[in-house]
Write a protein that binds this ligand. Structure first.
Ligand code: ADP
Ligand code: MG
Length: 238
């Protein structure tokens, strides 16, 4: 069963074509990495899947349903950004529960979900703190927690580790991998970092200029790049 399908999607800003008839099929439960240099259209593609940007042409399906014109909140996706986008005036607990409250969920259900997410992400001791009192890594865990409590089908990550130092980056990378193994849901993860892509991905889609150049398992991309761009970008031998 496919989880996310992007079908012939194009997106232009004025005369500038950012995505060019792009196609992508992500099976249920896959960890797919979108890898490519800055400006190649990774965030734009993710925002189209999330419904934060309207496509100029083409369609997006999630779990077989055409969501091209659905509101972001109705797509069953959770998005984690590079900047944590937490509410500064709320505690961690408030940040985790806010979306559920506004959706009218019962109190008990909210507490259960917040408890489960904070256990999985090991942020229980932080629940009463405000974002300003957290480290970058802790904030990013809370940002992931906000997607987790919503029990979404698909996680979208846009360079979630770029603002962290090298040590925290590798720690959180392991954490995200563990989360994927535990939840077994679909994750689409944007990065320009080859090491992140190689260590996290079931498959990597290498993008350049609004087009996917190659979509394969990390080892295949590395050992059998389809063109010089992919080889150069991955640092493949030969
Ligand atoms: P990436 O995430 O791969 O770095 P983006 O998807 O953010 O790339 O951007 C792709 C291209 O589209 C870039 O050249 C960027 O300047 C351009 N772009 C992004 N958003 C807008 C916008 N709102 N208006 C005009 N151009 C944009
Ligand atoms: Mg980007």
């Amino acid at each position: 069963m496919t989880s996310v399908v992007v079908k012939d999607v194009s997106l232009s800003f004025g005369a500038y074509d950012v995505l060019k008839q792009l196609n992508l099929d992500v099976p249920e439960g896959e960890f797919l990495v979108l890898l490519g240099p800055s400006g190649c259209g990774k965030s734009t593609l993710l925002n189209c899947i999330a419904g934060l940007l309207d496509v100029s042409d083409g369609q997006i399906f999630i779990k077989g349903k055409n969501v091209t014109w659905e509101e972001p909140k109705d797509r069953g996706i959770g998005m984690v950004f590079q900047s944590y986008a937490l509410y500064p005036q709320m505690t961690v607990e408030g940040n985790l529960s806010f979306g559920l409250k506004t959706a009218g969920m019962a109190r008990d259900e909210i507490s259960t979900r917040v408890a489960r997410a904070s256990e999985i992400l090991q942020i229980e001791p932080l629940l009463k703190r405000k974002p300003a009192a957290l480290s970058g890594g802790q904030r990013q865990r809370v940002a992931i927690g906000r997607a987790l409590v919503r029990d979404v089908d698909v996680f979208l990550f846009d360079e979630p580790l770029s603002n962290l130092d090298a040590k925290l980056r590798s720690e959180l990378r392991v954490e995200i991998k563990r989360l994927h193994q535990k939840l077994a849901n679909t994750m689409i993860y944007v990065t320009h970092d080859q090491i992140e892509a190689m260590t996290l991905a079931d498959r990597i889609a290498v993008m350049k200029g609004g087009v996917i150049q190659q979509l394969d398992a990390p080892q295949v991309i590395y050992n059998k790049p389809v063109n010089r761009f992919v080889a150069g970008f991955l640092g493949s031998p030969g």
